[in-house]
Design a binder for this molecule. Structure first.
Ligand SMILES: [Zn+2]
Length: 381
């Protein structure tokens, strides 16, 4: 999740919000000012409703932050670093550095968020009750009660037992705790996540068709999002498992044909690209080190008039962390955003390019590990 707006640091952790939060902020203010408050305290001025609705939306955002902060705080207590906290439309994400060391830590980190939302919800609902008995204007009481109830709803929703929700992490931790097998916990959580997402989306579609209620649209979107998120988590997990113990030299394409940066494009196309079996070429500089990547597709779009241009003028630059060593773990490539031509890394040894890795190579690694698992003779029952 990209942080579009940095809010600052809380306990040394960078906290930011994604632009989509602004949408939710406006939406919440609109719902509270236009619906919740007029219903609870009719006949007041619109200005008053908005004057209460805006701090209510901010309070809600702060409670989301507290939820993520609780995940982060417990993760830190269990020795895990926290890279950042980002709020977005459907809640927040606390980015942890690494994986929980054991099932108990996994459980504690996952449970801390919903528990915090539940406590905040309880306190706000109690506060609303107290405020009402003290004769506070009904609009303020309603704002407190609405924020409290929304926090309770948030806690309950997040406790649904499927990845990527907190309930999915709790399920994973419990299966991990009982079986001692983390991968089994992961499969359980992503599996139920997909089923649950499909059920929510189905419910949303039914609501839309049979009840004609547009609220079904939200349910449908959230359901679809859950199915997608659980699926991509399962995929990332499969790659991570397949890459365990594998080094980059074991999966790279060795000794790829490269393009020297200063060569004319036309000459490179005629002598190398037009007859090569590669569709991706690392581009190397004067020092022999990789500095970019160029694809057949890109080369085919170079107009003949530009045949005299240097290769690097049509190449995509290679970020420094996309140069890898043959002995680097393959797992370091998991989750990396592919460059042009699906390139994940140019492999360098002795100051020259000795290999390259594309997403195809990582995909092959997963397929092969699945094949190996299948061909392992199963024990006699
Ligand atoms: Zn959470």
């Amino acid at each position: 999740m990209k942080q579009s707006l940095r809010l600052g640091r809380v306990a040394g952790i960078p906290v930011g919000i994604n632009w989509s939060v602004l949408v939710i902020l406006v939406l919440i203010t609109d719902i509270v000012a236009g619906n919740v408050l007029p219903r609870a305290d009719a006949g007041r001025s619109t200005t008053l409703y908005w004057a209460i609705a805006i701090p209510t939306a901010v309070l809600f955002l702060a409670s989301l932050l507290a939820h993520e902060g609780a995940h982060a705080a417990i993760a830190r207590r269990r020795g895990l670093g926290v890279r950042s906290i980002t709020l977005w439309m459907l809640g927040g994400v606390a980015q942890l550095d690494g994986e929980p060391p054991n099932a108990r830590a996994d459980f504690a980190i996952a449970a801390a968020g919903p528990l915090t939302s539940l406590v905040i919800g309880g306190v706000l609902l109690g506060g609303a009750q107290a405020a009402a008995s003290l004769g506070t204007p009904a609009a303020i009481v309603a704002a407190l009660a609405w924020t409290g109830a929304t926090n309770v709803f948030l806690a309950v929703f997040n406790l649904l037992p499927g990845a990527p929700l907190d309930g999915g992490r709790i399920l994973r931790a419990l299966v991990w705790m009982r079986s001692g097998d983390r991968a089994r916990g992961d499969r359980a959580a992503t599996g139920t996540g997909q089923i649950m997402g499909a059920a929510l989306a189905g419910g949303g579609i039914a609501e839309l068709i049979f009840l004609g209620q547009t609220g079904g649209l939200w349910l449908m979107l959230i359901g679809w999002f859950l199915v997608w998120a659980a699926g991509s988590e399962a995929k990332a997990r499969a790659v991570q498992e397949a890459a365990a113990g594998v080094r980059i030299r074991d999966l790279m394409v060795p000794e790829p044909e490269c393009a020297t940066a200063w060569r004319p494009v036309g000459e490179f196309i005629a002598t190398v690209a037009a007859r090569s079996r590669q569709s991706v070429f690392p581009v190397t500089g004067f020092d022999g080190l990789p500095c970019g990547v160029v694809t057949l597709a890109r080369l085919s779009r170079v107009p003949p008039a530009r045949a005299g241009d240097r290769v690097d003028s049509v190449a995509t630059a290679l970020p420094p962390d996309y140069a890898a060593a043959p002995d680097d773990p393959a797992s370091s490539l998991v989750g990396r955003i592919p460059l042009a031509g699906a390139l994940l890394a140019a492999v360098v040894a002795d100051r020259r390019v000795v290999g390259m890795v594309t997403t195809d190579d990582l995909g092959r690694l997963v397929q092969q590990s699945l094949l190996r698992a299948r061909s392992t003779p199963s024990p006699v029952e």
